[in-house]
Design a protein around this ligand. Structure first.
Ligand SMILES: C[S@@+](CC[C@H](N)C(=O)[O-])C[C@H]1O[C@@H](n2cnc3c(N)ncnc32)[C@H](O)[C@@H]1O
Length: 403
């Protein structure tokens, strides 16, 4: 006998509402847990939540935790090869890639309710909320920590000044107010075998390189190796999207001897813009005369001043500019020319394709939210390739006989 997730969802009222509902996060994490140990992390709050559902708790499916039939697009792997946690999870761009590699997500955190909704519709799990409020000891053990942390500016003036004076400063100095340091405290406590972080390319040059130096120093202090590299998603999808990818391995475990290499980029991009366009598109995506005139005037003004290149009309046989989280505003960075009409913006489904999301990925939110979510996300096949190299490195090291 099995029980369907969609039935449980109805019976247990798994409905994401504001304000934050960490009990739903606990419950869905509990249902996804495949070991006693992992379940232990979520048991108490799950039982609290289920107090109102005493009949459910007494039911045989719950007592024996019968296998759940995951009638969702991206169920957890049945026979996991490794575990990971998904921080700043957004809509699960990393999770898609790592699950495909046989990874089991044991914890996710994302505080935006609309993103949580998309995440749950696809993975059957409600992420926990604000990571700054989650104690690191409440997070299950895992092999890989994954996170595309927000590219929020680092207020490190004080720290960098101390650095430049060669003065020592406490780790705590650096932990003020930045989400990167939530990643640091979790790595410090849980010591995953490896981490995979992602951010905008400019992180490297931000504040004259100081921000990146603080990151690199913090990783060093954690006693992890550090492999940063800027990679472009254009080798996997028809979109120019450069991101800094940061990978590291626990020196306590690998002694700095692991053999990690970033993936080789395929030479020919498999797709061009035309390949990701929908056949029939609602006229609502066509720019109004007002907006189109405005964008043209704006571009002309900036061209005359010698800067910027305004809107981005795509070539059907080329690739697009980078999709951003502000695409919902005017769509100006990626516009599709139309014969005899004003250009149009991409549909949310086309944005999903531009980030390499499979067709079965559900989009249960408004267009505005969907644009923000895909603009914030990652080129999933690229992250999968990086993930593959991390797994390979870990497995190969474990198989190497000790000398
Ligand atoms: C750059 S996006 C990452 C997107 C993700 N990699 C994906 O594939 O969709 C950063 C995410 O961090 C979330 N976030 C920001 N601050 C947070 C916090 N304190 N706790 C949890 N999530 C947070 C944002 O809502 C946003 O979705």
């Amino acid at each position: 006998m099995t029980v369907k997730y969609s039935e449980l969802k109805k019976r247990l009222n798994i409905e994401i509402k504001k304000p934050e509902q960490s009990e739903l996060a606990s419950l869905t994490h509990y249902l996804q847990s495949n070991t006693e140990e992992a379940r232990g992390y979520f048991e108490n709050s799950t039982l609290d939540y289920l107090e109102d559902y005493s009949a459910e708790v007494a039911e045989p499916w719950f007592q024996g935790l019968l296998p759940i039939k995951w009638d969702i697009p991206f169920p957890p792997p049945e026979d996991p090869k490794f575990t990971f946690i998904d921080l700043f999870a957004g809509i699960g761009g990393f999770r898609l890639g790592l699950q495909k590699l046989g990874g089991k997500c044991v914890f996710s955190s994302e505080w935006n309710h609309y993103a949580q909704k998309t995440y749950e519709a696809n993975f059957g799990e409600v992420p926990f909320g604000d990571i700054t409020k989650i104690d690191e000891s409440e997070i299950p053990n895992h092999d890989i920590l994954v996170g595309g942390f927000p590219c929020q500016p680092f207020s490190i003036a004080g720290v960098s000044k101390k650095n430049s004076l060669g003065k020592d400063h406490g780790f705590l100095d650096e932990t003020q107010g930045t989400l990167f340091f939530d990643i640091v405290r979790i790595i410090k406590e849980k010591r995953p075998k490896a981490f995979l972080l992602e951010n905008v390319k400019n992180l490297v040059s931000h504040d004259k390189g100081n921000t990146f130096r603080v990151i690199s120093n913090s990783i060093d202090k954690l006693n992890y190796t550090f492999y940063p590299m800027v990679l472009d998603g254009k080798y996997f999808v028809p979109q120019h999207r450069e991101r800094i990818i940061m990978v590291g391995f626990d020196k306590k475990r690998f002694k700095g001897e692991e053999q990690f290499e970033f993936p080789k980029m395929p030479q020919n991009p498999p797709k061009v813009i035309e390949d990701i366009l929908e056949k029939s598109v609602d006229p609502k995506y066509t720019l109004s005369d007002k907006l189109w005139n405005y964008l043209q005037r704006y571009a002309a003004k900036h061209k005359a001043a010698g800067n910027g290149f305004g809107f981005g009309l795509v070539n059907f046989d080329g690739i697009s500019r980078t999709l951003s989280a502000r695409y919902y505003k005017d769509g100006s960075e990626i516009l599709i020319p139309q014969e005899g009409k004003n250009p149009r913006r991409l549909t949310p489904r086309e944005c999903a394709r531009l980030q390499g999301y499979p067709e079965k990925f559900k989009i249960p939110v408004s267009d505005t939210q969907a644009y923000k979510q895909f603009g914030n996300s990652v080129v999933t096949p690229l992250m999968q390739e990086v993930g593959k190299q991390i797994i390979k490195t870990i497995f190969e090291y474990d198989l190497t006989p000790a000398s």
